[in-house]
Ligand binder design. Structure first.
Ligand code: SF4
Length: 399
């Protein structure tokens, strides 16, 4: 495993659109969390040597001395990426983040140096202070993904976010002062019309902060969220497809003016700052997930942990595997995934994987471009990615 994901489930409140597996807590049980994740790793090491070689997990509490002992690693190339996502990982105290990273970064044999590992922390702007950012950087964090979402205070309140717009710029400046330059901003688009969100202004303000990376997500309505309830009682309108397409295409045009390039349907970078961790997912590489609800994949088997924090914590404390279930992907499912992953990135499909009549039709519609021997989606193509995959599988071809 060269890619490790840690799911940190805690949030201080639930955002109006969010259906993630989270635990809303006023006080974050950081010590219990760190102990549980390290125990989880220990159990995976012991029970599934094919996923992680056993032999070197930390013992004792998270405040104890960092790992010494042996090292693990399957390829000799060491760990490549470690991603703390959530939830809100920035709610963990810096000492807890440091304890986790100290334990996990040093345990993979062959990692040339800590800084060779892309270590991403998802953070909410209100948690980013110079003190925290400095401690994160010292612990090994070298990339921060900030949940900005919008620069409009009214919109942020509607989303139940706990920051205001000024905190976003403050957070970016604090990160840079702490030498964390690889910064990504998340923004949400296609909001209900009555919010009168000015998408162009938000993109201008995001660009003015010069982040290395931007992730743009269209609002979706998930069941059992406050947003779904507001819509069902008519208090909010449903996000519409036309606005989605308009804002998505505008973002491509606007970000290109500032030198950003979309390398995946929702992600844009400049100066080569792609997310190595997410790129590993999109390339179908193996990864190990730790923490409640985390998924793991070894190229053939996908498995996922118990989603509820308490159930997860109790299982690992009792020495039981935290895995809730697994599925073995059939060759057909893997082909479908390969198609989907290839088309959603700027890697594109080998031209030979697509019937010539489809290539002609899609190019005619402006949905793909031919780059050498590969077919790569245009922004218009990415807008209808699912339909293109259906079209291709109906044509009975695979990569
Ligand atoms: S901070 Fe993120 S994970 Fe937490 S409730 Fe909001 S959207 Fe969901």
């Amino acid at each position: 495993m060269r890619h490790v994901y840690l799911h940190v489930p805690f949030c201080q409140r639930r955002c109006s659109y969010c259906d993630f597996s989270i635990a809303v807590r006023k006080h974050i049980p950081a010590a219990e969390y760190v102990d549980a994740v390290l125990k989880d790793f220990d159990l995976v090491s012991a029970s599934s040597p094919g996923w992680v070689n056993p032999g070197a997990m930390p013992r004792g509490s998270w405040e104890a001395t960092p790992l010494s002992g042996g090292q693990v690693g399957e390829s000799g190339d060491g760990l490549d990426t470690l991603y703390l996502g959530g939830g809100t990982p920035s709610l963990l105290p810096p000492e807890a983040i440091s304890a986790l990273l100290t334990s996990l970064l040093d345990v993979f044999r062959g990692t040339p140096s800590r800084d060779a590992v892309e270590v991403t922390l998802e953070a909410n702007p209100e948690d980013v202070t110079l003190e925290h950012a400095t401690a994160w950087r010292r612990a090994g964090v070298n990339r921060v993904s900030l949940g900005a979402q919008s620069f409009d205070d009214g919109v942020l309140q509607w989303m139940h976010r706990s920051h205001d717009a000024t905190r976003i710029g403050d957070a970016v400046r604090a990160l840079r002062a702490a030498a964390v330059d690889n910064i990504s901003l998340d923004l949400i688009f296609a909001l209900p019309a009555e919010l009168r969100r000015d998408w162009a202004r938000d993109l201008d303000l995001a660009c003015s902060l010069h982040p290395a990376h931007l992730s743009l997500y269209g609002l979706t309505v998930e069941e059992r969220t406050p947003l779904a309830r507001w819509i069902s009682r008519g208090a909010t309108s449903r996000p519409d497809d036309e606005r989605y397409a308009e804002e998505y295409l505008y973002a491509h045009e606007r970000l290109a003016r500032d030198g950003y390039r979309f390398y995946e349907v929702s992600n844009a970078e400049r100066d080569g700052h792609r997310s190595r961790h997410n790129s590993a997912y999109w390339s179908g590489r193996a990864y190990l997930g730790l923490g409640p609800a985390a998924h793991s994949f070894d190229g053939r088997v996908r498995r996922w942990n118990l989603a509820a924090w308490e159930a997860y914590r109790r299982a690992v404390a009792a020495g039981l595997p935290a895995v809730e279930a697994e599925e073995v992907l059939t060759e057909e499912q893997r082909e479908l995934e390969r198609l989907y992953l290839a088309l959603r990135t700027d890697r594109g499909l080998p031209r030979s994987a697509c019937p010539p009549d489809r290539v002609t039709a899609w190019r005619g519609e402006g949905w793909v471009e031919v780059e050498g021997e590969r077919l790569v989606c245009t922004p218009e193509g990415w807008l209808r990615l699912d339909a293109l995959i259906r079209d291709l599988t109906n044509a009975g071809r695979a990569v």
